[in-house]
Design a protein around this ligand. Sequence first.
Ligand code: PMT
Length: 401
Amino acid sequence: MLQGKRIVLGISGGIAAYKGVELLRLLVKAGAEVHVIMTRNAQEFVTPLTFQTLSGNPVHTDLFNLYQEQEIGHISLADRADLLVIAPATANLVGKIAGGIADDLLTTTIMATKAPVLFAPAMNVNMWENPIYQRNQQTLTDLGYHFLAPVRGELACGWEGEGKLPDPQRILDECRRCLTPQRLAGRKVVVTAGPTREEIDPVRYLSNHSSGKMGYAIAAAAWRHGADVTLVSGPCALAAPAGVRLVAVDSAVAMRKAVLDETGSADIVVKAAAVADYRPKQRASQKMKKGNDGPTPPVELVRNPDILAELGEGKRDYLLVGFAAETNDLEENARAKLQAKNCDLLVANDVSAEGCGFEVDTNQVTVFSKDGRNEKWPCLGKDEVAERLIDLFAGQLGAAG
Ligand code: PMT
């Protein structure tokens, strides 16, 4: 998504300017061509040479520098940018733009561009809470500028509170979002991901190999496309994707409750979780002893609720998307599940194939739709599979009006 994109990274004068270096590194790693503009105050915190070395491009600092003006110039930087991201953005900088002031290269470029502009403000908590700052940010928000709110924490000035620049990775996610068509704006999406754990006793459980990667990638892609996303996740080691509301559950029974609670106003429900079909009939309250030579203790199993089937049965007018993890007869089994669970779409993957299914970063899926058609996609990164699925969902919602 950032590959080949021309990003102008604006650095204004705050201690968080050093985090701009890491953001630059991430942007470059993602394949973007980055041009850095530093205000005079920013150069008091980090030298232009650092940004120049990491971007591979000259750093722009002066509005009236004959050499820079001839080479690129503020108009050219503004015209050719796909995105401007200002991190950190000081209260002063935001105030200037809100007031229409363009008195240096950075403010002039922001005013001159038609590209999306993302501000990542960082400042002292009292400045952040000051109604003058808040009014300025609101003015710019109303005009279509993007803001990524600072996070709470210990601030460089010694205060504790909101005002810290978010992690560079979080800013990168927001850059991606700014560059993504908002095809799911105004839509509510519920995604399930990961395994469930069915406890046998306080130390043992039944589960499966799901890492959550597929479902988390779908949730992240839906957020990038503008949706309000809730991710109901079984236990996994992944961090919640940016902008997504995470509901953490453990067992199938808990997942069912969370999903039914969340689907009330959903437009799309995606069941990528690998839900255990069975759970122990009884959970022992104490650790089961293995004994020495005695018989293996039996674990009697009972069926778990089939959440997807229940959603399909009582289906309202949301798009219901199931997954099928198969090891054989993929097409036959997938079509049977699509019908039995009343899904609109069913995404089938052969989890016994290399580079496919559980734990890996790639997947090869075939998408079956209820009108009998199917699309077989090549093996792709799970992010790419997720992007394509979102495209499909948006198309289906669009077609349904
Ligand atoms: O998490 P990763 O490591 O990235 O792996 C991704 C994945 C392989 C888990 C994912 O791509 C996938 O295939 N998810 C569905 C796994 C699964 O449970 O498949 P199934 O064929 O057993 O179930 C069919 C559908 O019914 C699924 O949508 C499942 O969520 C749902 N189901 C199943 C059982 C049950 N009790 N309740 C359900 O809702």
